[in-house]
Design a binder for this molecule. Sequence first.
Ligand SMILES: Cc1cc2nc3c(=O)[nH]c(=O)nc-3n(C[C@H](O)[C@H](O)[C@H](O)COP(=O)(O)OP(=O)(O)OC[C@H]3O[C@@H](n4cnc5c(N)ncnc54)[C@H](O)[C@@H]3O)c2cc1C
Length: 387
Amino acid sequence: MATTADLVIIGAGVHGSSLAYHAAKRGVRSLTIERKTVASGATGASAGLIRMHSDLPLHSELAWKSFRYFQDWKQVVGGDCGFVRTGFLLLVAEELGEHLRRNVEVQQQLGIPTLLVKREDVQRLVPQLVAEDVDVAAFEPESGYADPTTTATSFMTAARDAGAELWQGVSVEEVVIERGAVSGVRTSAGNISTRMVVLAAGAWSKSLAATIGVELPLRTWVHDMAFVVRPAGFGHFPAVIDLGRGVYARPEGQNLALIGLKDGSPIVDSPEAVVRGAPNFTEQVVERVSQRFPTIAEGLLQSSLVGIDGITPDQHPILGAAGPTGFYVACGFSGSGFKTAPAIGDAMSRIVLDGPTAAPEISAFGYERFKNGTELEGPFPYPPDWH
Ligand SMILES: Cc1cc2nc3c(=O)[nH]c(=O)nc-3n(C[C@H](O)[C@H](O)[C@H](O)COP(=O)(O)OP(=O)(O)OC[C@H]3O[C@@H](n4cnc5c(N)ncnc54)[C@H](O)[C@@H]3O)c2cc1C
């Protein structure tokens, strides 16, 4: 086992794995240390929805750049990511119709395949859906979902093929600082010397950063999802987020629907404080999804799961250098970080290897924004439950 590494990555979720892959492509042999297994955190629980629509243009750009990986995964990364093209439809409450129109315009200017559709189009695209109250919606014909565990695993496999190292079942217990700079990490399997550490430990990042005086404004978002057997004859349907009713759904494989709520996910101080998911989740999810897809209530509830992610005050990630020289963070993805992981791993590799100005596309996501009042908000925002 190595006792020195050029770069140590803490956590093998989709972000740690994407960074390991992009660093390996640059010839850097990183060591990723994961206390459980690849994708055992938020990534393994993720709904894996891939869409470019956002009320923050910077986020749309990162999702769009990442989309090119998902679409062409085998050629770009190798292996599989389980991408399924379903199309994606966004519905909003009437009072947000103008924001939706403007956001679609911005995204079209970025080259994203997205369009405005009217009630009749929505009805044609999704005959199972009740669209009486829909005036206008956004539709992304190319979008869909991927398998987050497979995605992280194939990033990590490609990284290892190119010389990266992965330790699983090993915890990082401390980042060691000497004279204001990173000098190593102390782990449950011994000490490693390194001058560069990227903390990509999801919701668990806050406590580790605090041990070296970096106070990340991170809390823990707790999110439930249900899997329902689609009733006979229900058929296929695009992924749908309905902001007005606070519910989303997408097909899962051939016969299931994955359903979640946009609001009501508990936010607690730390992963250790997580006791349970949203109260009355099952009743709420059945009630709300039935308003849009009345026949889905005839389907059988197959299973449910609860996952956690780190959430920041503006619900956008913290990316880049923080605190001592050689210490970087990539966390706080606030329930929305799967779709952007390819582009962010690429950008983080440039920041770490080439310096702080090497990835202008993520410079606005720096840790300092919470101190200097430059938290992120798009020009046509949606309510805070939007992720
Ligand atoms: C239920 C749910 C649904 C979601 N749906 C979507 C979606 O549809 N689309 C989307 O874009 N995003 C979605 N997200 C968000 C997305 O999944 C996350 O933002 C993303 O997976 C975060 O990846 P990560 O690598 O930062 O963190 P994680 O996947 O949490 O990885 C962090 C890793 O660090 C490890 N670790 C922690 N502490 C230590 C330590 N001390 N030493 C070593 N290792 C450590 C953990 O074991 C873990 O494996 C969802 C999230 C959840 C929870």
